[in-house]
Design a protein around this ligand. Structure first.
Ligand code: SF4
Length: 357
């Protein structure tokens, strides 16, 4: 059901229920967090696909639960994780905490530390699925979150909302460290305030010595996201980022695993951008052999991006990947539950963890 929901999306009768859904911004967006049984998952609600989804959810009733319907027939009870308490706070200089970091799923604090990206302003180089500039343009975030601001928000998110781990991502500020430096400062700012596991996400820095510096700054796990795996698809969907070759990524994965450990380095692969299921599984096999956790997620066509009207992957396509991948990661002993922090641990954007043995 999770796999179907994430492909088709969900119509909501009450958009105010639960945690405010994010529109635009870096990484996966336009989702709503819902809890089915004991799993919280992110389901697209603002995409074009979601408008015609067979799934619909009612607003919460008096007991806090809502009904999930498929083609008008009730199929499950769901709940919406409650709005984060830290969203009500602001810094001394008047910046609302929710502009500095957001609650993802039900226990992850996530933020884009640097909202600018060298690739984003020119559509000839930008990743076609990315909406990093939208939230800044609409004044829903700030361009650079300082280490002090991040530490302050993380501390309160732990105290008030029981947040368990942190995801720090960034736009790519240059082609030298590719964001590693700002991620180090940010992680150190958080660890100075609160002891919480942190995942940092960036492109492979030119000098692999950055991996040791990142670990020393308090980063526990690292994500370097391939997004697509076939040269033709990479060049078409992310013409700027595709100049960093797959070989360069594999080289960086190899070095990073030596620093962070097996299973503590991961990558995000968006299924549905044009790669075949076979190509994705073949790349995952290589990644797993290196000790990298391949987090395969259904592509979400985000409004306002060049791919806004592209089709989301069908559930059948996802079924050709995720069950086989779940078996592969389990056989290699790289389970999501063993990851210290980050998207692979959270798992809310994919049904992958449901297939791990
Ligand atoms: S998987 Fe990553 S992007 Fe998705 S909700 Fe979890 S932390 Fe956020």
């Amino acid at each position: 059901m999770i796999l179907d929901l994430q492909s088709y999306g969900l119509r909501l009768t009450d958009h105010r229920a639960g945690i405010t859904a994010r529109k635009g911004g870096a990484g996966p967006t336009d989702h709503k967090a819902i809890t089915i049984g004991d799993r919280t998952v992110m389901v697209p609600v603002y995409t074009d696909t979601a408008k015609t989804s067979p799934f619909e959810a009612t607003g919460p009733g008096l007991d806090g639960s809502a009904i999930l319907l498929r083609d008008g027939t009730p199929i499950a009870k769901i709940t919406y994780p409650r709005q984060a308490r830290f969203y009500a706070l602001q810094t001394f200089d008047g910046i609302p905490y929710w502009k500095i970091a957001q609650l993802h799923s039900n226990d992850v604090l996530a933020t884009t530390v640097l909202q600018n990206c060298i690739r984003y302003t020119d559509r000839a180089t930008s990743c076609q699925f990315c909406a990093i500039g939208q939230s800044l343009a609409e004044n829903r975030t700030i361009a650079h979150k300082t280490p002090e601001q991040l530490g302050e928000v993380a501390r309160m998110a732990v105290l008030l909302d029981g947040v368990k781990h942190v995801v720090l991502t960034t736009g790519t500020p240059n082609v030298i460290d590719r964001g590693a430096a700002v991620l180090c400062e940010s992680a150190a700012g958080i660890k100075a305030q609160v002891d919480i596991p942190i995942q940092a996400q960036c492109e492979p820095p030119r000098d692999h010595a950055w991996f040791g510096k990142m670990r020393d700054a308090g980063i526990d796990t690292l994500g370097m996201h391939l997004e697509a795996v076939t040269p033709e698809v990479r060049a078409r969907i992310m013409p700027g980022k595709a100049t960093v070759s797959m070989e360069r990524y594999y080289d960086a994965f190899d070095s990073a695993v030596k620093i962070f450990g097996r299973g503590q380095v991961s990558t995000y692969i968006l299924a549905g951008l044009g790669d075949t299921a076979e190509a994705i599984l073949e790349s995952c096999e290589k990644l797993i052999a290196l000790g990298v956790y391949p987090f395969v997620v259904p592509f979400v066509p985000v409004s306002g991006t060049p791919l806004a009207s592209a089709p989301a992957p069908t559930p059948e396509f996802m079924r050709r990947i995720l069950p086989a991948l779940g078996r592969m990661v389990s056989a290699a002993g790289l389970r999501s539950a063993d990851i210290k922090a980050g998207c692979g641990k959270c798992g809310a954007c994919s049904a992958l963890a449901s297939y791990e043995g």
